[in-house]
Structure formats: structure tokens, C-alpha cells
Design a protein around this ligand. Structure first.
Ligand code: FAD
Length: 433
């Protein structure tokens, strides 16, 4: 059996500035990079043309061609991670295993099981911080507790970042520590029950001019005023360190958004219960309306509120929705319709290219008022005044709702004034019990 050390790619699909890979490369010989198409995740995806699966597959092919330049290959498996690891243990004499940490509840339990299995065979499982600048409990308050409010968290985050900027690393091409092998076959999407998606993936480009103007442009959904790098951050096709170092010179507001991303990751890490429950437990008393008919109107973009409908239609067609509009549609579902934030969250999770459990959960709980540092429950977005402020010329609305203003466009499914009062009264009542 061949002696190898393994680097396990997960949500860090790049060779450049990849922390775990960098350490493996500098400490080991015969590194075999692997990727597992995880059935525990894939089997739950309803859409067999899921654009994120196509994206991952394409990135794996890119890694394969980059590794070819090192005379190496990536080994790609399809299955349940524990079963794959048992098989790898039979095929190779494994020295050490390297990977980058993942903070989601499923990933934590998966990694623990793999670590225990490897440890039974005397193999070390070495994991590294990579997808964030600061993780877990690196940014805490004076008593060592995690922050529940964003502003003080972000201040400490920034202070640490400025005092000790992250290092960007790259593989030294003069040495080559990858296992020398011919390219191994990559399972085809079809063999895993998937097909290629036609949805376009936003390009991996850091538009410096856009970032410079980010604070002025970011709220207007009709223009390209945000970077659309979400999917690249999600799957690690961009390094967050590189992006944050760049952003720090260009625009504070943009850097602040990257801090929000880490804030929600930290919240999820310390509070895994938020996946199913309100961060503020008393909000679990709200009697959500379980009205599937109303929910479907929202999903399809047929609420009769054009800014809401434009957002939902953008999401359905492209896998993307502008942040301002995400806030509006989430507020509409949870407050105007009083439908459970978990329904909306699950719908976004199915559709968003940049779906990130922590940010999606954080964004939904913010809008529903149930989250940490959330929108107060009595603040109910008025879709009309939001439109007036952020899509005054109706450009975004007309792009996605071409029949707006004609007789084919539906009447509002609920009257704003009534919905607002109902929401406030329902929340108030639930919170007083
Ligand atoms: P830009 O505006 O260019 O920002 C750059 C990056 O910063 C983003 O890609 C993202 O990684 C991060 N970021 C920006 N805003 C936020 C924010 N408010 N919270 C956390 N991170 C942020 N973001 C996700 O990445 N995945 C999600 O599943 C997700 N679900 C959301 C659900 C709701 C209800 C709401 C209100 C927001 C959600 N967000 C989510 C946050 C935000 O809407 C998106 O990150 C942003 O719209 C992505 O577009 P962009 O890549 O052009 O971002």
C-alpha cells in the first residue's frame, strides 16, 4: 500500500492561500488531495439541476487541471464520508490528514466521527482556520463571552485585524510535495443523479472600483452595486484573507459586511440551537400562520407587492437576490404574512447560490425580530416606502415583474396597514406570555 498524507478539500476549493493545504505541503510528502461528494448533503437536494452542485463539480475539474501541473491529481469520491474514509484506510497507508475547519453543526459532528476513526488507526486529523479571519472565541468580550451584539464585536474584530493583519500564503513551486500520479477520473454529475444547471455563476472578480463605491451603491437593487462574491466565499474559491486585506484599503462598509459574515458564523458556532429555534427563546411563542397558499404566493412572486415579487422572481430565475430585497421579502413573509421564518429560510436555502447556513439563519432571524441584534418586532418594513427609497424609478421592479401596472398584475394579497397592526399585536401578545 502506498504511503500518503491526505488533504481533504471541503469548502475551500482553491490551491492559492489555502491554510490547511499550505501546512500539509510544507510538512508532508506524497500529499493526496481528496474531495468527497457527500451523500448526506446531496441526497437532501430536491433539484437535480442544483447550480451549486454544478459549480462544485466545475471547481473540482479546475483543481484537477491545476494539480496536473504538479504531476498530481485529486481523488474524488461519492458517498458517505465515514464509508469513504473506511475505504481510504484500506487502500492507503495514511500518515496524516489535513483539512480546514468548518463550523456548522453537521460538519462538526462529521469531523469528530472521522477524527475518532483516524485516531483508532493512529492517524492525526489536523484542522486549520481558513474560511474566516477570526473564528469561534477569538473575538470575545471582557468576560470571555461571545458577543450577542454586532457593533462591539465588529470593533474588537477590526482592532485585532489592524494590529495583526492575516498572512496570505502560497505553495512554493520549487518543491513539489504532491503525490505523483496520473489524473484520476472525476465522477460525472449524472453518476450522482445530478445534471448540469444553466444558471450563470457570478464571475470570480474583485471589482476594486465597485468596492470603492460600495457604501453609496449597495442599497439599490437595479444596479450592480455589490460584488456577488457570495458563492465564492461560500465554497472558498476566493480567500477571505485576500479579500479582506484588499477591502481594508478600499471601503470600510464593505469590510463591515465581511465582519457580519463572521459574526453570524460565530453566533451559529456558539448557539447551534438557532438552526431550529429562535435565538431569543420567548419568540418561539409566536403563533405563526401555517398558510401554504399564502406561502406559495410569496415563493412564486405573486403577492401583489411589486418589490417583493421582483425579489422572489430574481431569486427563482438566477439563484441571487439583492440584500436590500432579501430584507424586504423576509420582513414581508414574517410580519405581513406572519409565516414562520423557518419556511422562508428553507426556501432561500434551496434557491440561493450563496446559501450559507449561518448568514441565512442570521438574516432570517434578524428580519423576523427573533435573532441576536435583530430588527425590533414593531418595525415593519413598508414595501412602498422601501421602493420609493431604493427603486424609485421602478427599474428593478420592471425588470422582474414586466406585467406590473397592467391588469394582469394581482392586487396586494394583504393590506399593509392591517398586516402591520396584526403583526405588532401578535408579537406583543406572544412576548407578554
Ligand atoms: P456584497 O454586498 O458584495 O458583500 C460581500 C460579502 O459579504 C457577501 O458575499 C457575504 O459573504 C458578506 N455579506 C454581505 N452582507 C452580509 C450580511 N448581511 N450578513 C452576512 N454576510 C454578509 N448571505 C450569504 O452569504 N448567504 C445566505 O444564505 C444569506 N442569506 C440571507 C438571508 C436574508 C433573509 C438576509 C436579509 C440576508 C442574507 N445574506 C446571506 C446576507 C446578504 O444578503 C448576502 O451576503 C449578499 O446579498 C450577497 O451578495 P453579494 O455577494 O453581492 O454581497
Amino acid at each position: 500500500m502506498e504511503n500518503v498524507s491526505i488533504f481533504w478539500f471541503r469548502r475551500d476549493l482553491r490551491l492559492e492561500d489555502n491554510t490547511g493545504l499550505y501546512y500539509a505541503y510544507n510538512q508532508e510528502k506524497n500529499i493526496l488531495p481528496i474531495f468527497i461528494f457527500d451523500r448526506n448533503i446531496l441526497d437532501k437536494l430536491e433539484d437535480k439541476k442544483d447550480a451549486r452542485v454544478t459549480f462544485i463539480h466545475t471547481q473540482i475539474e479546475k483543481l484537477q487541471s491545476q494539480l496536473k501541473e504538479f504531476g498530481s491529481s485529486i481523488l474524488v469520491k461519492y458517498g458517505e464520508p465515514m464509508e469513504v474514509w473506511k475505504e481510504l484506510l484500506k487502500t492507503y497507508t495514511i500518515e496524516n490528514v489535513y483539512t480546514n475547519r468548518d463550523y456548522e453543526p453537521y460538519a462538526i459532528s462529521r469531523d469528530k466521527a472521522v477524527k475518532d476513526l483516524l485516531s483508532d488507526h493512529g492517524i492525526q486529523f489536523l484542522d486549520f482556520k481558513d474560511q474566516v479571519i477570526f473564528e469561534k472565541s477569538e473575538v470575545v468580550n471582557g468576560s470571555g463571552d461571545f458577543y450577542k451584539v454586532f457593533t462591539p464585536y465588529s470593533k474588537v474584530w477590526l482592532e485585532k485585524f489592524r494590529q495583526n493583519p492575516p498572512q496570505v500564503v502560497s505553495l512554493d513551486k520549487r518543491k513539489n510535495n504532491f503525490l505523483q500520479i496520473d489524473p484520476l477520473p472525476i465522477p460525472r454529475l449524472e453518476s450522482m443523479g445530478f445534471e448540469n444547471s444553466d444558471i450563470k455563476i457570478p464571475p470570480l472578480e474583485v471589482d476594486k472600483e465597485l468596492i470603492q463605491k460600495y457604501d453609496k451603491l449597495r442599497n439599490f437593487p437595479a444596479i450592480k452595486g455589490t460584488t456577488r462574491l457570495g458563492i465564492h466565499l461560500r465554497f472558498g474559491t476566493i480567500s477571505v484573507r485576500k479579500l479582506a486585506l484588499e477591502a481594508a484599503h478600499l471601503n470600510d462598509t464593505y469590510l463591515n459586511e465581511l465582519i457580519w459574515r463572521e459574526f453570524y458564523m460565530m453566533i451559529l458556532y456558539h448557539n447551534p440551537q438557532v438552526v431550529d429555534r429562535a435565538f431569543k427563546p420567548q419568540y418561539d411563542n409566536i403563533p405563526w400562520r401555517r398558510d401554504e397558499n399564502d406561502f406559495n404566493k410569496w415563493c412564486e412572486g405573486k403577492t401583489g407587492y411589486p418589490i417583493v415579487d421582483a425579489g422572489m422572481r430574481e431569486l427563482n430565475a438566477s439563484g441571487y437576490m439583492h440584500n436590500r430585497v432579501r430584507m424586504i421579502v423576509a420582513s414581508f413573509l414574517t410580519k405581513h404574512l406572519l409565516i414562520d421564518w423557518r419556511w422562508g429560510e428553507a426556501y432561500f436555502a434551496k434557491k440561493l447560490l450563496d446559501f450559507e447556513l449561518s448568514s441565512n439563519n442570521g438574516g432570517w432571524q434578524w428580519a423576523a425580530g427573533t435573532g441576536t441584534d435583530a430588527q425590533p418586532y414593531f418595525r415593519v418594513f413598508n414595501p412602498e416606502s422601501q421602493t420609493e427609497k431604493f427603486d424609485k424609478e421602478l427599474k428593478y421592479i420592471k425588470k422582474w415583474v414586466p406585467e406590473y401596472g397592467t391588469k394582469d398584475y394581482p392586487e396586494p394579497m394583504v393590506v399593509h396597514k392591517f398586516a402591520r397592526e396584526r403583526a405588532i399585536a401578535t408579537y406583543k401578545e406572544a412576548l407578554s406570555t
